[in-house]
Design a protein around this ligand. Structure first.
Ligand code: SF4
Ligand code: SF4
Length: 228
């Protein structure tokens, strides 16, 4: 289970500035359980965006957006609606947004922030990774997470040490920032890379006390109490 929360609506409409048409994609997995991107939230978002003057070309809720095969098969009947839109608003965790951005050749906006639960991962095996940073920046980085794709977790561009496309720290893996640059270039999104991303507030990666007691430590605490 990955916990996510919707970003403020103003942040989402900021991403959509200059765009008229959007397709909304929700997730029936963790985002539905989190109350951030299930069928109800997708319907609410459609209404709010239409009230804000956007045309919603279509919506779809897919079982697990963190699985690229399910994304592609789930969108099979929606190709025209997706292609008609300027972008796709993805209402799920950072892994799901990355999986959609890897599957759909469009600007994919993250509608949610992923909240740290202390080590949970996507429900499906895939190459996408999320640090659960609590303030998703995928809108600026062509849908590839710079915190996990870059060995140094740089958020405003490459360190300059890459060699032949590979990372200077981990030569066995591609430079994350070269991947981001190449995808942004291929999709005509290089301008987005000029936006400066403010230093991250890593306090947002701390597990919230309410979640500590319910999600992470509840079993341990119970065990300790029983052993007294
Ligand atoms: S920027 Fe990366 S670490 Fe932060 S929520 Fe998005 S995918 Fe996860
Ligand atoms: S070479 Fe690329 S992936 Fe490696 S630390 Fe530098 S910017 Fe990050």
């Amino acid at each position: 289970m990955i916990l996510s929360r919707q970003k403020p609506f103003e942040e989402i409409t900021g991403y959509l500035e200059g765009e008229k048409k959007v397709f909304i994609l929700g997730c029936n997995g963790c985002a539905q359980s989190s109350g951030s991107g299930g069928p109800e939230q997708v319907a609410e978002m459609k209404t709010k965006l239409e009230e804000a003057g956007k045309e919603v070309t279509g919506t779809k809720v897919i079982d697990f957006l963190c699985e690229k095969a399910l994304v592609k098969t789930g969108l099979r009947g929606k190709v025209n609606e997706v292609m008609e839109a300027d972008s796709v608003l993805v209402m799920t965790c950072g892994i799901g947004v990355q999986a959609v951005a890897a599957s759909v050749n469009k600007q994919c906006h993250p509608a949610c922030n992923t909240i740290n639960l202390g080590g949970s991962r996507g429900e499906w095996k895939g190459s996408e990774r999320c640090f659960e940073c609590g303030d998703c920046v995928l809108d600026f980085t062509a849908g590839i997470c710079p915190l996990t794709a870059c060995t140094k977790s740089l958020i405003n561009g490459a360190c300059g040490g890459a060699s032949k496309g590979n990372c200077e720290i981990s030569p066995d893996r591609p430079c994350g920032w070269e991947l981001i640059y190449e995808r942004a270039k291929a999709r005509g999104q290089l301008d987005r890379l000029k936006d400066f991303i403010a230093a991250k507030d890593y306090n947002k990666m701390m597990i919230e006390p309410a979640l500590m007691s319910t999600q992470v430590f509840a079993l341990e605490q119970k065990g300790q109490e029983e052993s007294k």
